[in-house]
Write a protein that binds this ligand. Structure first.
Ligand code: FAD
Ligand code: NAP
Ligand code: SF4
Length: 677
């Protein structure tokens, strides 16, 4: 079938001379944790095979170390280890023979989780666990040999190529900047010397694998470090790795320790592509761009603008294994889009949990999250079209059940309709677009503006009811909680009540932070406007000063409001936010002058404001408005009424358990129940 005419460039094959990529989309490297499990390789095989069947042109595996000191965990350096990988390469090639699978070689240098870690100089990273051991001449020679050996083992294991990561604060990149390379021998000093190690890695690797093997170098295109690499140095390095034998250069942005968000949902789509485009003008090999390219039209635009030859999508392939085929067929409205929340992927990786995906819990669980046999079709009512009800309805309809979906509101989405109003969370609308399309496609009967009650559901003759009625905001038991100054968060977000100039936010969970973002925001959302994003985070894509960061005072447009976020527990608010995104929210609000206080005991709300004890000291917050973001309680009244009538019902999502509820848990629970129904 001919590819859809909307994506002419995406579906133009790329001839690499000795082999051809069938299209311009590749699955970028992501650590999943599968490689560390006893049953990890068969699971990894199905995980990648599903993406190969889904139409992607090339797959890059998660990073594997070339030796013990490069990671401390999974490595590839022996024929026995190579044999384990065979199941993965065979699975991909038999699922789709024309799809390439490439092993990423990741030598973490000072970020490796072992006291044996190595680096050009003994400089500990801000986020590293150990001070690295400085490499001597023999040590450098060993590392070079280990890269070449790892690539040879990858070739023996059936991979079509390797990608060598030269960025992010891992070993190769630490040679490149003076901050981490203090050597005075031929591997340090001038930039010529500092780039010698990465270039030599490429040269040795090419010599080891021969000409007919894909060799990708991941370049630190903009490292976001003060005194980091200049634009000219990046180009010099790109030209040198090309000359040393790289087949493709892939751009990577930031070091892990830098404080500029590069993939969170607050980052505009394809924000960094123009940086790739500038380097591309100076080399002859194809270039890959990446970061926040989550839909095929964005990929097509990036290619059309001449910013890259190939587009890497990593998290979007977790969210939807069939993304490329759906684009090819013009069914992009059926794509389950990555919303860049990081909640089930990077947050899991950085807390030692297996990667998955908030919108697609099957990711990395392909062999486990499967239907328990064929369903005997039943007439199911789902009450509540929030994330839990939507996920259940779609999965159950796909299994052949007749599904009627009720919601009291005039649109589907539940609390996602609040979340999508927060600047930086615009992507949440994509999830609702996906579900709306699937409701239509699967013939689910949708009854909006319909508050379901037990009598109605019994009378309708449903066999079972899935209660996904969500939550009720918690109302703290506090004198003055019904004072006009007290505003529930739903009213604040929907603009149903005026918000004053001086505001206290009671509760410092995700919703408290989101409300603070919303009410201090002014001007265009940085997530939708690259110049605004650059101003907010002090990045200069065009001039590319050292590191790409300007280091100048931030120019943040903000509302004329004084805001304080409060919590009862001791310590700084924001600790419960996502591991990889929490710091962006805290930093962004601090730059807007938002104060944050822990150790608060609320006493009362009255005409003067909010009275409290702060670490035992009586304190008056003389505010105009107190926004209540004090968590939630399950909304189970319908479930109780159904139980009283003897109707078979199941609880999912917030209706089941409101504490620490998020959409990840709601969707996963709904999917598991539907697969068992
Ligand atoms: P809900 O989304 O609450 O949906 C329940 C639905 O049931 C509602 O549509 C309601 O109208 C309907 N309903 C209730 N009773 C009836 C009835 N009797 N008849 C018919 N319909 C009924 N989570 C994350 O994971 N990441 C985030 O970044 C994130 N950001 C958020 C930001 C904000 C501002 C808010 C408010 C929430 C955010 N959340 C986030 C939380 C997330 O939205 C919830 O965890 C999720 O929506 C819970 O899903 P649910 O389906 O259980 O319930
Ligand atoms: P939450 O994270 O549980 O936070 C509730 C806050 O209210 C806490 O600060 C809590 O801290 C306080 N609180 C609890 N009981 C209180 C009481 N009786 N009186 C006063 N304060 C009280 O819940 P949330 O902010 O409502 O968010 C709901 C869910 O949505 C969260 O679980 C979260 O996962 C999800 N969400 C996620 C994101 C995200 O970006 N990932 C964003 C928004 C929402 P103290 O008890 O210390 O005061
Ligand atoms: Fe994207 Fe969130 Fe899924 Fe990660 S968990 S792949 S960021 S939607």
């Amino acid at each position: 079938m001919a590819p859809h005419p909307r994506y002419p460039r995406v579906f133009t094959p790329l001839d690499l001379g000795f082999t051809t990529l069938k299209n311009r989309i590749l699955m970028g490297s992501m650590h999943t944790g599968l490689e560390d499990l006893a049953d990890g390789f068969p699971r990894m095989a199905e995980y990648f095979a599903a993406r190969a069947r889904g139409g992607v042109g090339m797959i890059i595996t998660g990073g594997i170390a070339p030796n013990h000191e490069g990671g401390g965990g999974a490595k590839l350096s022996t024929p026995e280890e190579a044999a384990q990988h065979r199941i993965v390469t065979d699975a991909v090639h038999s699922a789709a023979p024309e799809v390439k699978i490439v092993l990423q070689i990741l030598h973490a240098g000072p970020l490796a989780g072992t006291p044996d870690c190595v680096a050009p100089s003994a400089v500990r990273s801000r986020i590293g666990r150990h001070t690295p051991n400085e490499l001597d001449a023999a040590g450098i020679e060993k590392q070079l040999a280990d890269f070449a050996n790892c690539a040879s083992q990858a070739k023996a294991a059936g991979y079509d190529g390797v990608e060598i990561i030269g960025s992010a604060g891992y070993l190769l990149s630490t040679f490149l900047v003076e901050k981490t390379n203090r050597r005075e021998d031929e591997w340090g000093g001038s930039f010529e010397n500092r780039m010698r190690f990465p270039v030599e890695v490429i040269r040795r690797t090419r010599a080891a694998v021969g000409d007919d093997f894909i060799l990708i170098f991941r370049i630190p295109a903009m490292d976001m470090l003060e005194d980091g690499m200049s634009g000219d140095e990046v180009i010099q390095l790109a030209q040198a790795v090309e000359a040393a034998g790289a087949t493709i250069i892939s751009t990577h942005f930031t070091w892990h320790e830098a404080q500029v968000p590069t993939i969170a949902t607050m980052v505009p789509r394809a924000a960094f592509a123009e940086v790739t485009g500038r380097i591309r003008k100076h080399v002859n090999v194809p270039m890959i761009t990446s970061n926040r390219i989550n839909m095929p039209d964005v990929a097509e635009q990036v290619l059309a603008a001449g910013h890259a030859d190939l587009v890497s999508m990593a998290r979007p392939m977790l969210a939807d294994a069939d993304l490329v085929n759906k684009a090819r067929d013009g069914r992009e409205d059926e794509i389950n889009t990555c919303i860049a929340c990081n909640q089930a992927c990077l947050d899991h990786t950085f807390t030692g949990r297996l990667t998955s995906c908030l919108v697609n819990p099957r990711a990395c669980h392909e062999t486990l999250l499967v239907a328990k046999g064929p369903a005997s079709p039943r007439n199911l009512a789902v009450v509540g079209a929030g994330p839990a009800g939507l996920a259940f309805a779609v999965e159950a309809a796909q299994r052949g059940h007749r599904v009627t979906l009720y919601d009291a509101a005039s649109e589907i989405g539940g609390q996602f309709n609040l979340a999508k109003r927060v600047p930086g969370k615009e992507e949440f609308s994509e999830t609702l677009r996906y579900f709306a399309r699937m409701i239509d496609k699967l013939g689910i009967t949708l009854k909006l503006n319909t508050r379901a009650d037990a009598d109605m559901l019994v009378a309708a003759g449903h066999d079972e009811v899935i209660v996904a009625t969500g939550i009720r905001p918690r109302v703290p038991d506090l004198p003055g909680i019904d004072h006009p100054k007290a505003v529930p968060y739903i009213d604040a977000i929907l603009g149903r009540r005026p918000i004053g100039r001086k505001v206290a936010i009671m509760g410092a969970g995700g919703i408290g932070f989101d409300v603070a973002t919303l009410i201090t925001h002014a001007g265009p959302s940085a997530a939708l406007d690259i110049p605004t994003f650059c101003r907010e985070w002090g990045v200069d894509f065009a001039a590319h000063p050292r590191g790409g960061v300007t280091g100048v005072e931030m120019h943040i447009e903000k509302a004329d409001r004084e805001v304080v976020i409060l919590q009862r527990r001791d310590g700084a608010p924001g600790k419960t936010l996502g591991r990889t995104t929490g710091w962006t929210h805290r930093l962004s609000l601090m730059r807007r002058g938002v104060k944050m206080l822990g150790g608060v005991t609320y006493l009362k709300i009255d005409d003067e404001g909010l009275h409290a004890l702060v670490n035992g000291e009586p304190t008056l917050f003389a505010v105009d408005t107190v926004i209540i973001c004090a968590g939630q309680e399950p909304e189970r009244s319908l479930y109780d009424a159904l139980a009283a009538k003897g109707m078979k019902a199941h609880l999912i999502g917030g209706a089941d358990e409101a504490a620490e509820l998020d959409a990840k848990r709601a969707i996963a629970q709904a999917t598991e129940l539907a697969l068992a129904s």
